[in-house]
Design a protein around this ligand. Structure first.
Ligand code: HEC
Length: 486
């Protein structure tokens, strides 16, 4: 048996030249001292392979059309053999790929690997990064649930607001003037054919460049890159101290990817992919679209910025980021590589990381979104000893003021906290505000009877003057049902 197999292998190897092709790749010498910090790139590639395999598996069952995408995903999730696991793995693999490509980029930037002669490695890497982000973005839409669809609508609306070319971009993006079947087909083709194809080709180029220019040596403070002498110096380093890629270096990539797979598989089994939100329904306006978590920080920047700036930001921010990233290797292609002597580089990375992490946390909490499940106010004794104030509490609950306003522990945060509002507003100011509303708050003049308004204001004025007026935490959770505005 063994002999036979060996014979078959010999046949293949003789005709196909497998050893001849692979041996130099595996055995090529690598500078000494590359450690665990060099695994991020191969781990990203590993995630991409997981995505291709799980993606093909999903595509076997997924029905790419507006009418049936949602149902077919329900089927995959709840009925199909291994469906939950594969969908989960595809979801977490995407998170893994985005995170790892980010870490890989940070590591490469901190070690200034983009300097001579590896400028093209960096450039192809930047394009890979952009394509990966776009791939992840189009992936969310494949769910075709209300989250996915509303995210797409918001993005398209923003693009439509870009001056002059906005309409054309939105048209291309949507495959028409409205979001519909054409949009979905467009995103599906991008997500399963175009973008993975581009990524696969770019990976080939990227890896070819890694082999051609060699894996970078770990930087040392004071050892400068000089394009005139670098190649000779590097050749010499390899000749004197190089170690073979396989097995001396590659074992770390394999071990890390193996560990990564265990983690991703665990997440896929126990956390799964996000529950599908409701199927998209254009008559429900009150969904709060949330993008996948790695886009939350972008969502947070939008939510906190001036509305009129949004389309410009959407258009120019990625453009500026792309231009900056692509010019890095041309602006600084020689000199110091060690992060110890490049405080600015370290500063930029720290600043960006802190900003992105805080914005992500902000985006996940989304204090600007009304809290549709806010607990209603309850009280044990009559507030302010007055029946009128007690009625005011009921009006507060009826009018859902707590969707946007906090009182004590209750309520959302998209409007100001009303706990001490009696200290900063007079009775008549309160009435005017509640009746007229503002840009960001609906006016209640039309929906409140005058005795209700009276009671409401009475409650807002007297609460807090006496102990025990602030409502105690509710005993039995009585949740205001999510309702739709009309
Ligand atoms: C959709 C969200 C929303 C709802 C519902 C809402 N508000 Fe507001 N409210 C806001 C926002 C946002 C502001 C801040 C507006 C501004 O400053 O322009 C505000 C401001 C106020 C203010 C002024 C507070 C201050 O410190 O300036 C009062 C008082 C107020 N709301 C009372 C109410 C009452 C009473 C209700 C229920 C009848 C209510 N609001 C319902 C969003 C809301």
């Amino acid at each position: 048996m063994k002999k036979k197999l060996r014979k078959i292998w010999k046949w293949i190897d003789d005709r196909g030249g497998v050893t001849e092709a692979l041996k130099p790749l595996l055995k090529h010498p690598v500078p000494p001292g590359t450690g665990w910090n060099y695994v991020w790139g191969s781990a990203t590639l590993f995630c991409f392979i997981i995505q291709v395999i799980t993606g093909i598996a999903l595509a076997f069952m997924f029905q790419p059309s507006v009418d049936s995408a949602y149902q077919s995903l329900q089927y995959i999730e709840h009925k199909a053999f291994l469906g939950h696991f594969i969908r989960g793995l595809h979801n977490w693999g995407a998170s893994g790929m985005v995170v790892l490509i980010g870490i890989h980029m940070i590591r490469v930037y901190l070690n200034a690997v983009y300097k001579y002669p590896r400028e093209m490695n960096w450039l192809t890497g930047v394009v890979l990064f952009g394509t990966t982000i776009t791939l992840a973005f189009t992936g969310q839409l494949m769910r075709w649930d209300s989250n996915g669809v509303w995210t797409a609508i918001l993005a398209a609306e923003q693009m439509g607001r870009i001056p002059i070319i906005g309409d054309y971009i939105a048209y291309f993006f949507l495959g028409g003037t409205t979001l519909g079947g054409e949009t979905f087909n467009r995103f599906f083709s991008l997500h399963v054919f175009v973008l993975p194809g581009i990524i696969a080709m770019l990976i080939v180029v990227h890896l070819y460049l890694v082999i051609r220019n060699g894996i970078s040596e770990p930087p040392k403070a004071g050892r400068l890159v000089d394009p005139k002498t670098y190649r000779d110096w590097y050749e010499n380093l390899l000749k004197e101290k190089g170690v073979p890629f396989f097995p001396d270096v590659m074992w770390r990539d394999v071990v890390f990817s193996f560990g990564l797979f265990i983690v991703l598989a665990g997440l896929a089994i126990w956390m799964g992919a996000p529950e599908l939100s409701d199927p998209p329904d254009p008559t429900i306006l009150e969904v709060e679209p949330h993008p996948d978590w790695y886009f939350e920080w972008i969502y947070a920047t939008f939510a906190t910025m001036n509305r009129n700036l949004e389309p410009y930001y959407l258009f120019f921010a990625p453009l500026i980021v792309a231009v900056v990233l692509l010019s890095v290797p041309f602006l600084w292609n020689k000199g110091e590589r060690s992060p110890k002597r490049r405080p600015w580089a370290v500063g930029i990375v720290v600043f960006m990381s802190v900003a992105i992490i805080s914005l992500t946390i902000l985006g996940l909490r989304a204090p600007w979104v009304p809290k549709y499940d806010a607990d209603p106010l309850v009280y044990t004794s009559i507030p302010g000893n007055s029946e009128k104030a007690a009625k005011g509490v009921e009006v507060m609950n009826k009018m859902k003021c707590l969707y946007c306003h906090k009182i004590g522990k209750h309520g959302g945060q998209s409007g100001p906290e009303l706990k001490n509002v009696q200290n900063r507003m007079t009775r008549s100011q309160l009435i005017i505000r509640i009746v007229n509303g503002t840009d960001d708050m609906p006016g209640f003049g039309g929906s409140l009877k005058s005795d209700e308004l009276d009671a409401l204001v009475e409650y807002l004025m007297v609460k807090n003057k006496e102990k025990g007026l602030l409502p105690p935490p509710p005993k039995k959770k009585e949740i205001i049902k999510k309702q739709t505005h009309d």
